[in-house]
Design a protein around this ligand. Structure first.
Ligand code: SF4
Length: 338
């Protein structure tokens, strides 16, 4: 575990000090995960969102200009069959925050579980919901959930996401309490963010007791209020990633596509800094072009790209780390099936 002043110093390390940080992060990854990295397959189920984050082209105010889509359960299943054929057992269903997702999920999640005969991690990234909705999705067979806190500074959070931080944290705690394996995430180099604030982000991720955490450098996306802001620093994001590995060595930490978008070779550096997850896009061409997470010109990760990066990093791909774990005890005292 690192102290606040350790983290602060490491976040600004460059040159040999940075290389040393990354080497220690790789060593701890090896110790905890034995030279393997998890492959996930993502399906982006809708580009419609009720939230209005000022850095995101899919924000509510852009709804009129964007070519909206919702995948049906049949569409999702078609993509899930492809993910299974690719030998991947982590299916990430990701999309904007809208209650309209629930109808498709009611149908799709049990069918995905049946497709894999139960040996699948159904990972969701669909934003804030009421506790009862998370509970329902858990009963249907969802096993894990990503809900990034983005920034732990309550003032900055509200300025950028136009939503209160405390509500995001309430959702994260509900998810943990309901027995989900939970991921949070940080955006680094946000306009107005300080290095101390990123120290807070790392400490928050550690104190929440989550199982996964990402770090993405800020991407100034077109058609957003922040489009003219400077792009985030990959060095800062990579150092934050490595600090997470040192601070909580057992976390799943992805090497995200935003690293590649900000700088060619960024995802290779993410693996060199201690990441151990790669996410491959299976959305399908038509909807993928409508999913404007960083605008039209985003970096789309294919299986071959992910596998060649892992091979170059000396890592072998593996499936879900959660499937063989004992299920957590739910608040009611009963064990919840994964
Ligand atoms: S970042 Fe997520 S929550 Fe925010 S507007 Fe975009 S899709 Fe919605």
């Amino acid at each position: 575990m690192l102290t606040r002043s350790d983290i602060r110093k490491l976040l600004t390390a460059r040159g040999p000090a940075q290389e040393e940080l990354f080497a220690e992060a790789r060593h701890l990854r090896e110790k905890h995960f034995g030279g393997s990295a998890v492959l996930r397959g993502v399906i982006e189920i809708t580009n419609v969102c009720r939230v209005n984050c000022v850095y995101c082209p899919m924000r509510r105010d852009n709804t009129a200009q964007n070519e909206r889509y919702f995948m049906t359960a049949d569409d999702i299943l078609e993509r899930a069959i492809e993910i299974r054929a690719a030998g991947i057992d982590v299916i990430l269903l990701q999309g904007g925050e809208t209650p309209r997702n629930l109808t498709a999920l009611e149908d799709a999640i049990p069918r995905i579980r049946a497709l894999y005969e139960g040996r699948v991690e159904v990972l969701l990234n669909l934003g804030n919901m009421r506790r009862g909705q998370y509970e329902r999705l858990r009963e249907l067979g969802a096993t894990s959930y990503i809900l990034k806190h983005e920034t732990s500074d309550p003032v900055l959070h509200e300025q950028l996401r136009q939503e209160p931080l405390h509500e995001r944290l309430r959702c994260l705690r509900d998810l943990l309490d309901l027995g989900y394996r939970v991921g949070t995430g940080i955006i680094s180099s946000l306009p107005g963010q300080t290095v101390d604030s990123i120290v807070d982000d790392i400490e928050l991720a550690a104190s929440l007791g989550v199982h996964m955490c990402s770090v993405s450098p800020f991407v100034p996306a077109p058609n957003t209020p922040l489009e003219l802001s400077p792009a985030g620093s990959n060095d800062l994001a990579l150092n934050a990633l490595a600090c997470l590995r040192l601070h909580r060595p057992g976390l799943l930490i992805p090497s995200v596509s935003a690293l590649e978008k900000t700088s060619s070779g960024g995802q290779t550096k993410g693996l060199a800094a201690g990441a151990n997850v790669m996410t491959i896009n299976f959305t399908g061409d038509t909807n993928r072009k409508r999913y404007l997470i960083y605008g039209k010109d985003r970096y789309v990760v294919r299986k071959q790209h992910a596998e060649s990066l892992l091979q170059a990093a000396g890592l072998r791909s593996r499936g879900s780390v959660f499937l063989d774990e004992e299920a957590p005890v739910a608040a009611s005292g009963t064990r919840r099936a994964l």
